[in-house]
Design a protein around this ligand. Structure first.
Ligand code: TYC
Length: 94
Protein backbone atom coordinates (compact mmCIF):
# COMPACT_ATOMS: atom_id res chain seq x y z
CA UNK A 1 0.00 0.00 0.00
CA UNK A 2 1.22 3.49 -0.77
CA UNK A 3 0.39 5.72 2.19
CA UNK A 4 2.57 8.56 0.92
CA UNK A 5 -0.17 9.51 -1.59
CA UNK A 6 -2.70 10.33 1.14
CA UNK A 7 -2.72 14.09 1.28
CA UNK A 8 -2.82 15.56 4.80
CA UNK A 9 -5.55 18.13 5.53
CA UNK A 10 -4.34 21.69 5.37
CA UNK A 11 -5.81 25.16 5.59
CA UNK A 12 -5.24 25.59 1.85
CA UNK A 13 -7.62 22.73 0.99
CA UNK A 14 -10.46 23.97 -1.19
CA UNK A 15 -13.87 23.78 0.43
CA UNK A 16 -17.07 23.47 -1.58
CA UNK A 17 -18.58 26.93 -1.95
CA UNK A 18 -22.19 27.11 -0.77
CA UNK A 19 -24.32 28.46 -3.60
CA UNK A 20 -26.99 31.14 -3.08
CA UNK A 21 -29.93 32.24 -5.21
CA UNK A 22 -30.36 35.93 -5.92
CA UNK A 23 -34.09 36.61 -5.90
CA UNK A 24 -35.90 39.51 -7.52
CA UNK A 25 -39.20 40.51 -5.90
CA UNK A 26 -42.11 42.21 -7.57
CA UNK A 27 -43.35 45.67 -6.66
CA UNK A 28 -46.27 47.79 -7.85
CA UNK A 29 -44.40 50.82 -9.14
CA UNK A 30 -41.17 50.02 -11.05
CA UNK A 31 -41.61 50.16 -14.85
CA UNK A 32 -41.10 46.79 -16.52
CA UNK A 33 -38.59 48.14 -19.04
CA UNK A 34 -36.50 49.61 -16.22
CA UNK A 35 -36.33 46.21 -14.45
CA UNK A 36 -35.08 44.61 -17.68
CA UNK A 37 -32.50 47.36 -18.14
CA UNK A 38 -31.16 46.96 -14.58
CA UNK A 39 -30.89 43.17 -14.94
CA UNK A 40 -28.97 43.51 -18.21
CA UNK A 41 -26.66 46.15 -16.74
CA UNK A 42 -25.92 44.45 -13.42
CA UNK A 43 -25.89 40.68 -14.08
CA UNK A 44 -23.02 39.26 -16.19
CA UNK A 45 -24.03 37.84 -19.59
CA UNK A 46 -27.68 38.69 -18.99
CA UNK A 47 -29.40 39.30 -22.34
CA UNK A 48 -32.65 41.23 -22.74
CA UNK A 49 -34.82 38.16 -23.56
CA UNK A 50 -33.76 36.35 -20.36
CA UNK A 51 -34.08 39.56 -18.34
CA UNK A 52 -37.63 39.97 -19.68
CA UNK A 53 -38.51 36.38 -18.63
CA UNK A 54 -37.13 36.94 -15.13
CA UNK A 55 -38.98 40.25 -14.81
CA UNK A 56 -42.25 38.68 -15.99
CA UNK A 57 -41.87 35.75 -13.60
CA UNK A 58 -41.33 38.14 -10.66
CA UNK A 59 -44.27 40.26 -11.87
CA UNK A 60 -46.56 37.21 -12.16
CA UNK A 61 -45.44 35.03 -9.25
CA UNK A 62 -44.05 37.59 -6.81
CA UNK A 63 -40.41 36.56 -7.16
CA UNK A 64 -37.91 35.02 -9.56
CA UNK A 65 -34.41 33.57 -9.39
CA UNK A 66 -31.97 35.91 -11.14
CA UNK A 67 -28.73 33.93 -10.76
CA UNK A 68 -27.20 31.20 -8.54
CA UNK A 69 -23.65 31.98 -7.38
CA UNK A 70 -21.36 31.62 -4.34
CA UNK A 71 -22.56 33.60 -1.30
CA UNK A 72 -20.23 36.60 -1.61
CA UNK A 73 -21.17 37.10 -5.26
CA UNK A 74 -24.85 36.71 -4.38
CA UNK A 75 -24.53 39.47 -1.75
CA UNK A 76 -22.88 41.67 -4.35
CA UNK A 77 -25.58 41.22 -7.02
CA UNK A 78 -28.35 41.66 -4.43
CA UNK A 79 -26.80 45.00 -3.44
CA UNK A 80 -26.44 46.05 -7.08
CA UNK A 81 -30.14 45.38 -7.67
CA UNK A 82 -31.13 47.16 -4.44
CA UNK A 83 -28.93 50.14 -5.31
CA UNK A 84 -30.97 50.45 -8.50
CA UNK A 85 -34.24 50.53 -6.54
CA UNK A 86 -35.28 46.90 -6.96
CA UNK A 87 -36.24 44.49 -4.17
CA UNK A 88 -33.77 41.63 -3.92
CA UNK A 89 -32.86 38.99 -1.35
CA UNK A 90 -30.65 35.92 -1.31
CA UNK A 91 -31.34 32.39 -0.07
CA UNK A 92 -29.31 29.16 0.03
CA UNK A 93 -29.68 27.03 -3.10
CA UNK A 94 -30.39 23.62 -1.55
N1 TYC B 1 -44.93 44.99 -11.21
C1 TYC B 1 -44.21 46.03 -11.91
C2 TYC B 1 -45.20 46.76 -12.82
O1 TYC B 1 -46.30 46.32 -13.02
C3 TYC B 1 -43.07 45.46 -12.77
C4 TYC B 1 -42.04 44.75 -11.97
C5 TYC B 1 -41.67 43.45 -12.28
C6 TYC B 1 -41.44 45.39 -10.89
C7 TYC B 1 -40.71 42.80 -11.55
C8 TYC B 1 -40.47 44.74 -10.14
O2 TYC B 1 -39.14 42.81 -9.76
C9 TYC B 1 -40.10 43.45 -10.48
N2 TYC B 1 -44.78 47.90 -13.37
Amino acid sequence: MVFAEVKPKSSTDRKPMPMYRVLLHNDDYTPMEYVIEVLVQTIPAMQPPQAREIMLEAHTNGSAVVIVVPKEHAEFYKEQLQNHGLISTIEPDC
